[in-house]
Design a protein around this ligand. Structure first.
Ligand SMILES: [Zn+2]
Ligand SMILES: [Zn+2]
Length: 376
C-alpha cells in the first residue's frame, strides 16, 4: 500500500537542520504484514533524542531510513503467524510501539530486561524488522527501518514483538510517550535504581527521558532533586513536583547528594556530576547514550571507600509488556501526568526544525498527530 512518510536521506547535515533539510516527505510503498507482523495506522509519533542521534550522525545507522520509534496507533491488519495470533491483539486495538523487540528465546531475553534481546538489537542495528529485511520501498530503492518501527509515517508494519496493547482510554500521544521516554526514564528509576521506599531520587539532565524519570519517581512516592543547566527546565521540574532544583554549578557548591542518582543527559560531564552527587552506599544509574568517544574522570577510591555502585541501564532495563501496563495504571489514577512532557504538536514536514529545537534543549516532546486518512 502507499503511505506518506518522512525519510532521513543523510546524517551529519549542517545545523540548522531547518536549512540543510535532511528529511524528505514523500509517498512510500509499504508491504503487507506477513507472519507475525501487524499493519498499524500511526496516530501519534514524537521526536526523541535517539532520532536526533541518527540525524546528527552520533549513532551511525544504514540510510536512507524512515525514522520515528516513540509512537502509538491503531492495528488495521494482522499477519497469520503464530505469535501474532497468540498475542490476542485484534484489529482496532490501540498499540504502543516499543523500540527493542524481544524474541523471547535468547539468553538476554531471560535477564528480565537487564540485557537487550540480541536478536532485536541485531535487527535494529541492521535497520530491519525482527523477521529480517525491510518492508519500505520507493523507486530509488529500499528504506531502512528505525528501531523496528519507522513511525514518522501514516502507517507502519511492525513485528508483534514491537508493540504493547493499551486500552482505548489512553490517548495516542500519551501512549506514544509511554513506549520510549517513560519506559526508559521510569525504568532507570524503578528497575535499575530501585530506591528504598521514600528515598530521594536525583535526576541529572531534564530532557524527555529525565523528566519522565522525575514523573515516575514522584508517582512512586520519592522526593525528587532535579538538576539541569537550563533554568526553564528547572522551573518546569518544580511545577511537576521536584522538591529541590539545582544547576550543576549550584549542586556542586551545595554538596547535596542522593542515594539514587539518574544520569539522563547522555554526556560525560553529566555523568561526572551524577557520580559526584551520589551518597555513600548509593547508586549512580546512567541511562544516557553519549558518543562512543566520550570519557569520564572518576576517583575510583570513592567507589570502594563509600561502597558505591555505578549501574548502566540500557533502555531503562525495561520489559515493555510488563512495565507499560504499570505506567498506564498510574496515568489512569492521575499520578503520572505524561501529557506534561508534550511541548508542542507539529506536522510531518516540520521534522527538520523539530530536530533543531531538540538539539538546543528548547523542546521536551514534540508530537506529530496524524489525522485518519493522511495522504500527501
Ligand atoms: Zn526514543
Ligand atoms: Zn531475545
Amino acid at each position: 500500500m502507499q503511505i506518506v512518510g518522512a525519510v532521513l536521506e543523510r546524517s551529519g547535515s549542517a545545523r540548522p537542520f531547518a536549512e540543510s533539510r535532511p528529511f524528505t516527505v514523500s509517498a512510500i510503498e509499504l508491504d503487507e504484514p506477513a507472519g507475525d507482523e501487524l499493519l498499524v495506522r500511526i496516530e501519534a509519533a514524537s521526536v526523541c533524542h535517539s532520532d536526533l542521534s541518527v540525524v546528527d550522525g552520533s549513532r551511525p545507522r544504514p540510510l536512507p531510513m524512515l525514522l520515528g520509534h516513540e509512537a502509538a496507533g491503531i492495528v488495521e491488519r494482522i499477519g497469520e503467524g503464530e505469535a501474532a495470533t497468540a498475542s490476542g491483539i485484534a484489529v482496532g486495538d490501540r498499540v504502543v510501539m516499543t523500540f527493542l523487540p524481544r524474541c523471547g528465546k535468547c539468553p538476554e531475553c531471560a535477564t528480565d530486561g537487564r540485557l537487550p534481546c540480541r536478536v532485536g538489537a541485531a535487527a535494529n542495528g541492521a535497520g530491519t524488522l525482527l523477521g529480517g529485511g525491510t518492508r519500505l520501498h520507493r523507486a530509488a530503492g529500499d528504506l531502512f527501518h528505525h528501531l523496528g518501527v519507522s513511525a514518522f509515517a501514516s502507517h507502519a508494519v511492525v513485528n508483534v514483538a514491537s508493540v504493547v496493547r493499551v486500552d482505548a482510554d489512553v490517548p495516542a500521544p500519551v501512549a506514544a510517550l509511554l513506549g520510549c521516554a517513560v519506559l526508559t526514564g521510569g525504568g532507570a528509576v524503578i528497575n535499575a535504581g530501585q530506591p528504598e521506599a521514600g528515598e530521594p531520587v536525583m535526576v541529572v539532565g531534564l530532557g524527555g527521558v529525565g523528566m519522565a524519570a522525575l514523573l515516575v519517581a514522584i508517582a512512586f512516592g520519592h522526593p525528587v532533586i532535579a538538576v539541569d543547566a537550563l533554568t526553564e527546565k528547572l522551573d518546569l521540574a518544580r511545577e511537576l513536583g521536584a522538591s529541590e532544583t539545582y544547576t550543576p554549578a549550584a549542586l556542586a557548591e551545595s554538596g547535596r547528594r542522593a542515594p539514587v542518582v539518574i544520569e539522563a543527559a547522555g554526556s560525560a560531564r553529566a555523568f561526572e556530576t551524577a557520580f559526584a552527587a551520589t551518597a555513600a552506599g548509593g547508586r549512580t544509574v546512567t541511562v544516557g547514550l553519549p558518543s562512543p568517544d566520550a570519557r569520564v574522570s572518576l576517583p575510583p577510591l570513592t567507589l570502594t571507600a563509600e561502597a558505591r555502585t555505578v549501574i548502566g541501564s540500557y533502555l531503562g532495563s525495561a520489559v515493555a509488556s510488563r512495565d507499560i501496563p504499570r505506567y498506564v495504571d498510574l496515568w489512569r489514577a492521575g499520578r503520572l501526568p505524561v501529557e506534561r512532557l508534550i511541548s508542542s504538536q507539529i506536522g510531518l514536514s516540520e521534522l527538520d526544525a523539530a530536530m533543531d529545537r531538540l538539539a538546543s534543549g528548547s523542546a521536551l516532546r514534540q508530537v506529530i498527530v496524524f489525522p485518519e486518512g493522511t495522504t500527501l
